[in-house]
Structure formats: C-alpha cells, structure tokens
Design a protein around this ligand. Sequence first.
Ligand code: M6P
Ligand code: ZN
Length: 193
Amino acid sequence: MTLQKEDYPICVQFDFEKGEFAPFQSKAERRVSDLAMMFADSEAAAALVKNGDPLVYEIFYYGFTTSVSDMALGVTRIQPGTIGGEYHMTKGHFHEAHDQPEIYFCVKGEGYLLMETLEGEFRAHQWNKGTISHIPPMWAHRVVNTGSEPLVFVASYHLAAGHIYEPVVEKGFAQRVIDEAGKPVFKDNLQRR
Ligand code: M6P
Ligand code: ZN
C-alpha cells in the first residue's frame, strides 16, 4: 500500500494541569444558553443566560483520519457549578450508528457518567481521576461534574459513530444529579413524559 500523507503516525500532547491537549483541530464551547433545555429549572437557566451566559464545558477535538480509518479524540472540560441545584453536565447523546461504542477516561475531577438505552435501562458509573468507562453501542451517555474543580475526560470513538441529540433533548435521562447540602443525590427525572 502506498502511504498517503495522513497515513503516518502522529501524536498530541496532553497537559494534565490545564486539562487540554495541543495541537487540537477544533474546539467547541457549550454555554448555559446551549444547554438550558437539559436542566429541570428553566427559570434558573434563563437568569444565568441573562447574567453573562457562563461557560459550562468545552470540547477539544482531533480526528486521526487516515485513508482507511476514522479514530477520533475528544477532551471535555466541565466547569464546576449548578443550575437550579442540578450539577453542570454535558448535553449527552446517542450514536447514530448502532454498532459504535466509546471509551471515556476521567483524568481530573469527580462526578458521574450516566448511560441509558432507548428502552429505559439506566446505569451510572461513579467517576474519579483514573476511572475508565466503556460505553457500549446504543447507550446514550452524559457526564456530570459533582466536584468543586473542573472535571476532565478523554473520549475515544470513531467519527462514523455520529451524534444524535433529539431523544436526550426530548426525554432527558431517567435520573438527575442534584446538589443537596453539598452532596450529590440521584432523583427521578420528573420531566419525563
Ligand atoms: C466527548 C465525546 C464527544 C462529545 C463530547 C461532549 O468528548 O463523546 O463526541 O461531543 O464528549 O458531549 P456532548 O456532545 O454530549 O455535548
Ligand atoms: Zn459518544
């Protein structure tokens, strides 16, 4: 096989202090206004949007695309905080392709990985620095930062996986993670239709 330019090995450098790597190909920011529909207390979210629309999390991406493969790297850094008592969390998504899993590796902070199937099977992994989770195909996944520091995790997946947000926007996850006197408590999601 004749190697193309993109078929040579490359590496990036992760900074454990900052919780980001360089170089990255693209970066996305999600603010309260991008996530308001995910939180139970829409008034608390609206008030925050008016008051500077704070950053909730950032994602740094690198697609290691070669002529025959599509491995991707994502690093997500979730700021600490709550919205109406509910801890900061990622939007959460299903993969479009039904045979695509993902690895999440918590490298900083503490929280939970929530996972749920379309049929309503629900699982949560408690995370601290060093936890590595395998998300099987067909499980939606969302990460919640319950700590007082940023939570950072590394994700590895194939670009062919694709992202689907609609079912999560529509129904949310079965459980919400709420701050009660500084401790995370799981509560049934009462907004479920
Ligand atoms: C990880 C990966 C990305 C994802 C990101 C944020 O880095 O799973 O594919 O985009 O987390 O999650 P979300 O897309 O749900 O906001
Ligand atoms: Zn995913």
